[in-house]
Design a protein around this ligand. Structure first.
Ligand code: NCD
Length: 306
């Protein structure tokens, strides 16, 4: 039963509950007209303390396409946050007005604090360099729809694996399906945090850490590219040195298999050359679309209207 629940961590839902969400998302994709009124009279609040394009717009578009309405801020300085209000007080107040909240925050754990203090369901829309569970729902639905499975996959994750929260959430979530293997492609300074490596070891999940994309791209079913997370660096010099560590172009794509797909949570900066966009294996804009459908399904489930 998902009604009334929060989504803070990708492990909050069981595999059966995830399946329920993907099934509803598929139904919405096939017959969107059947769902245009199911959230009539319901209100989503989007509290975004950090910049966003896809996540906020896809949440808002999702709610509006379900017949609901949206309030919120995308710039915390325009709200009482600038007067020093705590997350706990903001959520208690917003909980008096709205039926469900999506929150993005630069501090790890802030959406969890919100959930503890909230009378309505809270969805973590990204907390610092920690987790991004709705991007993970997006990634899983995309992979399932395009590759036809969530198991037996060799998944390359490339770029900023240290600060990239989408990577952390995806590794956690897709490790739960059978026989997936990871190739972690990053410069030494941007390797996956130790706590994730420990989890992989503990769960006997096969992985390897490499620095060169060219050496491994030919073996992958999925290549998940990421942006170097400028806003989480402590100094500009390191960012400049590392920002162009990987650039996926057609020359590298020519080594990859015919049915490898390229994903990216977006926004991209330099890490995928524009020429790759026309390659049929480039699926990152399709992925953005799946993100809206999966958020429609998630909202409907947490509100208990489906
Ligand atoms: C990601 C994020 O915010 O973590 N973007 C998104 O939500 N699609 C990835 C990023 O900003 O690099």
């Amino acid at each position: 039963m998902l009604k009334g629940r929060n989504l803070i961590d990708p492990m909050d839902f069981t595999l059966e509950e995830l399946e329920e969400i993907f099934k509803l998302a598929d139904q919405i994709i096939s017959n969107p007209e059947d769902f245009t009124h199911i959230c009539q009279g319901k209100l989503l609040a989007t509290l975004f303390y950090e910049p966003s394009t896809r996540t906020r717009f896809s949440f808002e578009a999702a709610m509006i396409r379900l017949g609901g309405q949206v309030i919120g801020f995308s710039e915390p300085n325009s709200s009482s946050v600038s007067k020093g209000e705590s997350v706990a007080d903001t959520i208690r107040t917003v909980g008096c007005y709205a039926d469900i909240v999506a929150m993005r925050h630069p501090k790890e754990g802030a959406p969890k604090v919100a959930a503890i203090n909230s009378p309505i369901p809270v969805i973590n829309a990204g907390d610092g360099g920690h987790q991004h569970p709705t991007q993970t729902l997006t990634d899983l639905l995309t992979i399932k729809s395009i590759k036809g499975r969530l198991s037996n996959l060799k998944i390359g994750l490339c770029g900023d694996l240290k600060f990239g929260r989408t990577v952390h959430s995806l590794i956690k979530a897709i490790s739960r399906y059978q026989n997936n293997k990871f190739v972690l492609i990053a410069p030494k300074e941007l390797k996956v945090p130790e706590y994730i490596i420990k989890e992989l070891n503990k769960n006997n999940i096969e992985y390897k850490e490499v620095e060169k994309l060219e050496d491994v791209i030919g073996d992958l079913d999925i290549l998940y590219m990421t942006r170097v997370q400028k806003e989480r660096f402590f100094n500009e010099e390191d960012y400049i040195r590392l920002k162009d560590s990987y650039i996926l172009d057609e020359a590298k794509m020519s080594i990859a298999s015919e049915d490898m797909i390229v994903l990216h949570p977006l926004p991209r900066v330099n890490e995928i050359a524009y020429e790759v966009d026309d390659d049929p294996r480039a699926c990152y804009f399709k992925q953005a679309k799946y993100g809206m459908y999966v958020r429609m399904a998630l909202i409907a489930k947490l509100l208990g209207v489906r």
